[in-house]
Design a protein around this ligand. Structure first.
Ligand code: ACO
Length: 357
C-alpha cells in the first residue's frame, strides 16, 4: 500500500479516509485505588476545590500505592487488554511503553513489563514523548505493522506522575495523577485470528501524524537527575527532581498545536468537522479540551472530557479516556474518533480511528 508522504511523520492513505491496514483489537486501562481529592490538596497548599475545578476541570486523581511502580500499573492495564483481544502474552512480538516515569532509568520499563507478562517472544522498548507518548507509540507500532516487521504489538501508556510531583507547588500539584492504558495493535491478517469478544474493541487507523518543537523544551521539564544535572545533595535540596512547567505558556501551546494538528488531519483525509463523532484530546485541562474542540469546529459536547476523576495522567490519559468512554457506552460502530496529544518536548500528535463493525 502506498501512502502520501507529505511529511515523514505522517501516515495517510492515498485514497483519503481509507484505512491504513493497522487495527486495534482490544484495549483497557488501570487506575490505582487511592484517590486524592481537591480538598486533600487544600490541606497542604494554599488552594481550594473551587479554584482547581474552575481552572482545570479536575476534582480528584488517583495515586499509586507505595509498593506500586509504573510497570505494575502497565501490567494491570495490559492483562485485560490482551484478554479482550483474545491474544496471549506469548503471541506478542513487540511491546512499546510510553512513559516519562519508568521504574528506574535503566532498564527500560518495557523490559520489566515483558518479564511480568511472560511475553518471552516480544522485543520491548520505551518511547519518550511526554504526554504525547501513547500516540507516538501507537504511530511507531503502526509503522512496524505496515512494514511487516511486527504483527501483534502491545502499546501501553503508563505513568506514576505523583512520584515526580512537587506537593509544595500549588501551580502543578493539582494537575497530576497515576494510571495506565493499553492497546493491542495488529495487522488486519493477524487481527482476523482474534475473535473480538465485546463491542467497540475494534478500531482501524485512518490517519496518524507526529510533531515536535525542541526549541520549547524548557516549558515542561524535570531539571535534575539526568546527565546534564546529575542527582546531588544540592539538586535534591532545591527540589529539582520534580516536574516544572510554565502553565500559561503550556496552555497556549497546547491549544495552538492540537488545533493545528487537527486541521491538518482533516485536510489530509478530506474529512470535515461534522464527520468526526468524538474528539479525544490529552486530558490536561478541561479548558484546553474545549478550546481545541472549538478551534477545530467540533461542538464541545463531542469532546471527551474525563479528567474530573483522573487528573492529568500524561501518556496514560488517552487510553484511559478511551477505555472509560467504551464503559460508559459512548462508542458505536462506524464512529470516527479524532485523538490529539500534546506534551513535554514539546511534542504533539493526531490520529483518526474508526470504530469497527
Ligand atoms: N490554587 C489557587 N490559586 C492558584 C493555584 C492554585 N492551585 N495555582 C495558581 N494559582 C494562582 C496564581 O498564583 C495566580 O495568582 P496571581 O494572579 O495572584 O499571581 C493565579 O492563580 C492565576 O495563575 P495562572 O497560572 O495564570 O492560572 P491558570 O489559569 O493559567 O491555571 C494551570 C494554571 C491550571 C496550571 C493552567 O495554566 C494549565 O492547565 N496549564 C497547562 C498544564 C498542562 O497542560 N500540562 C500538560 C503538560 S505536563 C506534562 O507533559 C507531564
Amino acid at each position: 500500500m502506498t501512502t502520501n508522504t507529505r511529511r515523514n511523520t505522517c501516515l495517510v492513505a492515498t485514497t483519503p479516509g481509507a484505512p491504513l491496514g493497522v487495527n486495534v483489537v482490544g484495549y483497557s486501562y488501570y487506575l490505582p485505588d487511592e484517590v486524592i481529592t481537591n480538598a486533600d490538596l487544600a490541606r497542604t497548599v494554599d488552594t481550594s476545590d473551587e479554584w482547581i475545578l474552575a481552572r482545570t476541570g479536575i476534582r480528584s486523581r488517583h495515586r499509586a500505592a507505595k509498593e506500586q511502580a509504573t510497570s505494575d500499573l502497565a501490567i494491570a492495564a495490559a492483562r485485560p487488554a490482551l484478554e479482550r483481544a483474545n491474544i496471549t502474552p506469548a503471541q506478542l512480538d513487540t511491546i512499546l511503553i510510553a512513559t516519562a516515569t519508568p521504574d528506574s532509568p535503566v532498564p527500560a520499563v518495557s523490559c520489566v513489563v515483558q518479564a511480568g507478562l511472560g511475553a518471552a517472544g516480544a522485543a520491548a522498548m520505551d518511547v519518550g514523548a511526554g504526554c504525547s507518548g501513547f500516540l507516538f507509540a501507537l504511530h511507531t507500532a503502526a509503522c512496524f505493522v505496515r512494514a511487516g516487521a511486527a504483527h501483534r504489538v502491545l502499546v501501553i501508556g503508563a505513568e506514576t506522575l505523583t512520584r515526580v510531583t512537587d506537593y509544595g507547588d500549588r501551580r502543578s500539584c493539582i494537575l497530576f495523577g497515576d494510571g495506565a492504558g493499553a492497546a493491542v495493535v495488529t495487522s488486519p491478517e493477524a487481527g482476523a485470528e482474534c475473535t473480538i469478544p465485546r463491542s467497540s474493541d475494534g478500531l482501524e487507523l485512518i490517519y496518524s501524524a507526529l510533531g515536535t518543537d525542541g526549541l520549547m523544551a524548557d516549558l515542561i521539564k524535570i531539571p535534575a537527575g539526568g546527565s546534564r544535572n546529575p542527582a546531588s545533595e544540592a539538586t535534591i535540596r532545591d527540589r529539582q527532581h520534580y516536574l516544572r512547567l510554565d502553565g500559561q505558556a503550556v496552555f497556549r501551546q497546547a491549544v495552538r498545536r492540537m488545533a493545528e494538528a487537527a486541521g491538518e488531519a482533516l485536510e489530509a483525509t478530506g474529512l470535515t468537522p461534522s464527520d468526526i463523532d468524538w474528539i479525544l484530546p490529552h486530558q490536561a485541562n478541561a479548558r484546553i479540551v474545549v478550546a481545541v474542540a472549538e478551534q477545530t469546529g467540533i461542538p464541545p459536547e463531542r469532546a471527551m472530557l474525563d479528567m474530573a476523576e483522573t487528573g492529568n495522567t500524561s501518556a496514560a490519559s488517552i487510553p484511559i479516556t478511551l477505555g472509560r468512554a467504551r464503559e460508559s457506552g459512548q462508542l458505536a460502530a462506524g464512529q470516527l474518533i479524532l485523538m490529539l496529544a500534546f506534551g513535554a518536548g514539546l511534542t504533539w500528535a493526531c490520529q483518526i480511528w474508526r470504530v469497527r463493525e
